[in-house]
Structure formats: C-alpha cells, structure tokens
Design a protein around this ligand. Structure first.
Ligand code: BGP
Length: 471
C-alpha cells in the first residue's frame, strides 16, 4: 500500500455521541427513531414518530456517550495507531433548530476539543457533515429535504464549520450513503410521507435538493480553502446477476444504476441519460431552477467515499430466497456465507466493487466503512475473542490491497465501521457489534459504558504498523 495510506476507523454522531440534551444541542432525526418493531416503519417514513408510545426507547439519544468519553476513545484509537478517524458532526449541536443565524458556541467547542484531541495524536480528522442527521426543527417546519430551503440551511452550517476548522480538517464528506434516501427516507433524510403523496416523486425531489446542496458545499469548500478535499459517499456493493440469463444481467445493471445515479451526478456533474428517461417514464417532474445544472456541473467532488459490507444479487425468475444486507433487497447468492444478521460475506466482491467504481469514475476512492456486525462474548477475564471479525477484516483488507496493488485502483484510506462498538443504524441494537473496542452496554441500555480491548484491537494495531503487510 502507498506509504501515506490512511488507516483508521469510522463512527458517526447519530450512533455514538449521545449527550442529546447537553451543551445546547437541538433534537435531531436520530432522537426520534425508536428501538423495536416501530423502528423500520419510522425509518421508512411511513409511521409518524409523533404517534409513538410515550415509553418508547430511543437508543441514539445516549448511544455510547462518546460526548463524555471522547478522550478515552481517542486515546485507544491512538494506541491502535490510527492515522485518521472518520466521524460526523451533529448538525443540531451546532445549529440547534437549524434556523439560527449564529452557531451554538458550546456545540462548536465540543468539536474543537474533539478535533484538537485527534490532532494531538497526529490523527487526521475525516468529517462527515451529515450522517443520517438533520435538526428536527427543519424536519417539522419544512419537511426536511422535501424543501429546497434545506440547502440554504445546510450551506449556512457548512460555511461555519469550513471556516472554523480550516487548517485542522482537510477531508470532508457531504452526505453519508446518499442513496439510503431511496430505502430509508426518514433515517437518511428526514422524509416522512403524507397520505396521497407520490413517494417516488418526493424521494427524487429530495435527492435533487441533496445533490444540489452537496455541489454547493463543494463550491464553498473550494472557495474557503484550496486544501479542502470534498467527497460524496455511496453505500456500495456491486449487484451480480444470479445467472448468465441476459434478463438477470440487465436487471443487475439497472439495480447498480439506482445507486450509481447519485454518484454519476456528484462526480460527472450531470443527470445521466438513463435517469432522465427513467424519471420521464415514471411521470416524475423535478422542480429545478435554471442555474441548478450549472451548479452541479461546475462543482464535482474530489473523491468518492464508500461503504462496503456485501455484494448484492438479482434474479428475474421469481424463485429462491432473499438475503439481508443494508436494507437492499437481494437474492440469496448460493456461493456466499452470511453473517449472523444475514448479510452476505464477500471479500472478492469488495475488489470487484472497487474496480467497478474506479473504472467508471477514475477519481480516488476512500473506503470509509466496512466490517462485520456480530454478537460478541465478553469473557470473565474481560477479553473478547473475536476471531470471526479478524477473519472478515483480513479477507477484505487482502481484497482491497489487491485492488490497489494489482489493479491500480487509487485508494486514499480505509476506516472500518464502528471501530468502537456503537448503536446499529438498521436495528438500533447494541448487540450488533463492529468494534475493536468493546463497550459495556446492552440492548436495553444497561451497562457501565466501560471500554475494553478486543482481540481484534491488537491485530489491527499490527496491520496498521506494518501498512497491511502483516495480516
Ligand atoms: C451503514 C451506515 C452506518 C452503519 C453501517 C452498518 O449503512 O452508514 O451508519 O450503521 O451501515 O449498519 P448497521 O448499523 O445497520 O449494522
């Protein structure tokens, strides 16, 4: 791997920070997403969170309380030798309702402390501006990204943090897994559907607003500092045809395009022809202003960041089982084993995905999420023997190194997801763990929050120290 390869780890405010009422923070989307049977309908935007029972459990509100544990966590990251750390700012910590003209000083101070703590150890901060997040005030008043106004509020927030962290933060990611908007519109973008609304129309209109906001953020960032590198973020994972039946192959291409659509706009700066035709066929007319296309064209991203957990698979014969994996419905691939949560495990698919993206876009890629969600057993002596996690990561890192060294894919870095255990986005569970660091907390929210090094902790430290030579 290149000498300056950024090994690290990734988290996001909505799943680890907690401190939901501390330091003047306003409510955010995550604060109203419950654990349990209501979670999916709320995340999909079909159940109104205001109708939930009083005693609902909202795991994101406290999460693993990184708000008060960040020093300890960063010290552990430094011990593993992290070169970088990806995390997100909580928008409503900085703009509590989203509409203030001035930022909340205490909120900014928290990120000052966090960023400075990272820099103290020589860890490069990688900041996601919006990771399944938005001030609830904007959701309630404007319907979130349904409204074009959202882009203005987002830009106000970007303007503050770009200027404030200039010289300390270089890498920015606009929207986490922007394509999640199509699958979990409330979690991804604060979209709730009203009765009678055309859901597809609403989603693509919201997508247009996010794409526009992302391009405007790129423009602003480049004006504020030529050093800034701004990336988009895709929930990646190539879609395989189940068979060589051309109908399956064609279906897989269409499915891939549903995800590429966003990146096509963010990297190539224009709506692809297939998308224009698709929207036309669906009778969707996007409200746009005449400058929109120019903004998109002139402000493309500097790199593509992505998450990769698994490949996907489609078949057109209507047979067979489906597999899990990041809420993307997929046919079960008979060649792959699955995780405890039913997500296929496909390291070669990682190499395939990286190559497919690099062939298509020819700009640097940054792997900002990858990992295995698994149940861990905390032994009486305080150890966790997570060999299954090491196996998963080893195979994926090998595939990534092959993509870089043998195929020439340009890679900036690798930040496995949930480097410290945190709340699962799809399930709200604590027991779906990804970390090198165990956090003592269970699904009911009980626990001491004590941090413990798992077996994978020492393993990953060696991987980093040897720049991927020792796996
Ligand atoms: C991605 C998200 C993360 C993260 C991860 C794992 O979709 O960007 O926020 O949670 O998936 O998913 P889960 O937490 O559901 O296991």
């Amino acid at each position: 791997m290149r000498k300056d390869f950024l090994w690290g780890g990734a988290t996001a405010a909505n799943q680890c920070e907690g401190g939901w009422k501390e330091g003047g923070r306003g409510m955010a989307i995550v604060d109203v997403i419950p654990h349990g049977a209501d979670r999916m309908p709320v995340m999909k935007g079909i159940l109104d969170y205001r109708k939930l029972p009083e005693d609902s459990n909202y795991p994101g509100r406290k999460a693993i309380e990184m708000y008060s544990h960040y020093k300890e966590d960063i010290a552990l990251f430094a011990e593993m030798g992290f070169k970088c750390y990806r995390f997100s700012f909580s928008w409503s910590r900085i703009f509590p309702t989203g509409e203030e003209m001035e930022p909340n000083k205490e909120g900014l101070q928290f990120y000052d402390n966090l960023v400075n703590e990272l820099l103290k150890y020589g860890i490069e901060p990688i900041v996601t501006l919006c990771h399944f997040d938005a001030p609830l005030g904007l959701v309630e008043k404007y319907g979130s990204w349904k409204s074009r106004k959202m882009a203005d509020f987002f830009l106000r927030y970007c303007n503050v943090v770009f200027r404030h962290f200039k010289g300390r933060v270089r890498y920015w990611i606009t929207f986490n897994e922007i394509n999640m908007l199509m699958h979990l519109p409330f979690m991804g973008a604060g979209i709730r559907f009203e009765e009678g609304e055309n859901e597809l129309q609403v989603k693509y209109q919201a997508a247009h607003h996010e794409l526009l906001a992302s391009a405007m953020a790129v423009k602003l960032a480049h004006e504020i500092s030529p050093d800034f590198q701004v990336g988009c973020m895709l929930a990646a994972g190539s879609v395989y045809p189940y068979s060589c039946n051309p109908a399956d192959v064609w279906e897989s291409m269409k499915k891939d395009r549903e995800n590429y659509f966003f990146i096509d706009v963010q990297v190539r700066g224009e709506y692809p022809e297939y998308a224009k035709k698709y929207l036309e066929r669906q009778g969707i007319q996007l409200e746009m202003q005449k400058e929109d296309m120019e903004i998109l064209k002139a402000n493309t991203v500097d790199f593509i960041s992505l998450s990769y957990y698994n490949s996907r698979c489609v078949r057109t014969d209507g047979q067979g089982e489906t597999a899990g994996g990041n809420v993307f419905a997929s046919a079960k691939n008979p060649y792959l084993e699955c995780s405890q949560w039913g997500w296929p495990i496909d390291p070669l698919g990682f190499r395939i995905t990286l190559n497919a993206l690099y062939d298509r876009y020819r700009i640097p890629l940054f792997v900002v999420e990858n990992g295995l969600g698994a149940e861990d057993v905390l032994e009486a002596d305080g150890t966790v023997k997570d060999d299954y996690r090491i196996d998963y990561l080893r195979a994926h890192i090998r595939a990534m190194i092959a993509a870089a060294d043998e195929d020439g894919v340009e890679l900036i870095g690798y930040t496995p997801w949930g480097c410290v255990d945190l709340i699962s986005a799809t399930t709200g569970e604590m027991s779906k763990r990804y970390g090198f660091i165990y956090v003592d907390k269970n699904d009911d929210g009980e626990g001491t929050l004590k941090r413990l090094r798992k077996k994978s902790f020492g393993w990953y430290r060696e991987v980093i120290a040897s720049n991927g030579e020792i796996l």
